[in-house]
Ligand binder design. Structure first.
Ligand SMILES: [Zn+2]
Length: 197
């Protein structure tokens, strides 16, 4: 059991994501990011299969054929596109990625940055998350096209313009999105009701 090492890894990851999220105004998500990793279902697996350089979920998967920890995690954390897999209404597939709310795409973006910083240490550059993204096949096949496009937009901007400019842009983008959602809500519920009368 490597409980202390695993605890340190989670705490450090949460610290990085929290810092990034706060810079774009995502305070609640920054504070609650990955909290389910402290539940016994996830924590005990993490401590038992601790690897240091890769996810313990992979080791559990190789051992048991599936990862109970990952299934628990992705079912509770909306910043993973896997959370948004549902029955697809399209013809091609039975299951597919649904469109993610923008604030969770932003949290996913911060999660990627933090993971790259942890794994690549002093080799990390602003282009690392974009390069990592290009190699992951799964995300391109399953994630909803609109959400994927937005994530890639953020990742490319980070690679080209750096953290300060990109985070300021994401913050504005989220503010704009909140305004749009509020307007839509009013339109659907208040104005719609007046029209019914
Ligand atoms: Zn997570």
């Amino acid at each position: 059991m490597k409980a202390m090492e695993h605890l340190k890894t989670i705490t450090h990851h949460r610290y990085l994501v929290r810092q990034h999220c706060f810079r774009v105004g995502l305070y609640w998500q920054g504070l609650t990011h990955d909290l389910s990793k402290f539940s016994p279902t996830e924590f005990l697996v993490g401590a038992k299969y601790y690897q240091g350089d890769r996810s313990p979920n992979n080791a559990e998967r190789e051992d048991k054929g599936y990862s109970s920890s990952w299934l628990h995690h992705k079912g509770r954390n909306k910043h993973h596109f896997e959370y948004w897999i549902d029955y697809s209404r399209g013809q091609e597939r039975l299951l597919g990625g649904m469109k993610m709310p923008v604030r969770f795409v932003a949290e996913m973006f911060m999660d990627r940055i933090a993971a790259c910083k942890t794994y690549q240490k002093d080799k990390y550059t602003d282009a690392s998350p974009w390069k990592y993204h290009l190699q992951s096949r799964l995300v391109h096949e399953i994630m909803h096209k609109d959400s994927l496009r937005l994530l890639e937009h953020f990742l490319q901007m980070l690679a080209e313009c750096g953290e300060d400019a990109t985070f300021a842009y994401v913050k504005k983008y989220l503010q704009h999105e909140r305004k749009r959602a509020r307007k839509q809500f009013i339109e659907n519920h208040i104005k719609g009701r007046k029209r019914e009368k």
